[in-house]
Design a protein. Sequence first.
Length: 275
Amino acid sequence: MLLAPAAFWLLALLVLPAASLLLLGVTLRGPYGAFEWSLTWDNFRRALDVKYLPVVARTVTYAGLTTVLCLILGYPLAYFLSFQAGKRRDLFLVLLMIPFWTSWLVAIYSWIIILGREGLLNSLLRGLGISDAPIGFLGTPFSVILGLVYFYLPFMVLPVYASLEKIPRAYIEAAHDLGADRFKAFVKVTLPLSLPGVLAGSILTFIPCMGDFLSADFLGSPRTYLVGNLIQNQFLMAQDWQFGSALTSLLILFLITGLYAQHRLEARTVGEGEG
C-alpha cells in the first residue's frame, strides 16, 4: 500500500511512455507520416546502420568529457562547500542552483552573446592583446562541451557534496592523530568515502548528456550534432516518428544496460570489501 502511489506514477510517467515508444518503433510509416500498425523491425535495423556510428561515438565522447570536466570542477567545489564554506554554505548552494531558476534558452542565448565573434570573450581576448582577429568559438566542440558543463555541473556537485557531508569528521581527525597530513588524510579517508557520491554524480551527469540536444542545436553545428539532435529531427522535422522511437528505445536500452552493469560492479565491489 505504501509503494502504490510511487508505483503508479512510475508506471504512468516512465513505463507506459517507454512501452509506447517501443510499440511505435515496430510500426510502419505510412503516407504523410501516418501510422501503419504492422509489426516490423526495419526501424531498428535502420537505427543500427553504421552510418549513425559517428553520431553515437560523438555523443558518448562529449558526454564522457562533460562528466570528467564536471568532476574535475565539481569535486573541489563540493569539498569547499562541505569543509570550508562555513556559515556561507547556504548562500553558495543557492548560487549553485541559480542556473536551474532560469530558462535554458535564456542561458543558451547568453552563451551565444559571450562566445560570438563580437561577443564578450573575443572582446576580452582582443583587449588583452591575445588575439588580433575574432575567434569562431560557436559551432565547435568547445562551445558544445562548455554548454553541457555549464548546464550539468550542479548534477555532479550536489551528490558529491551530499556524500562528503555524510563523512564523520572524527574519521579525518583520527587520521591526523595517526600522523597523516591533510593530503594523505584526503587520499586515504575522504576520497574513498566520497566515491559513492562521485559515482552517483557521474551517472546523473552522463545520462542527461546522452540525450541533450539544445547545446548542440544552438551552440554547435551539424558537425557536432548528437543523438538527441538526430532524435529531435525525426520527430519535429522529418515527421518520422517510427524511426525516432526506435532511436529513443535503443538509447534507453543502452543507458539501462550501462546502469545495470554499474550496479553489478558496485555490488561485487561491496561484496569483496565485506569479504
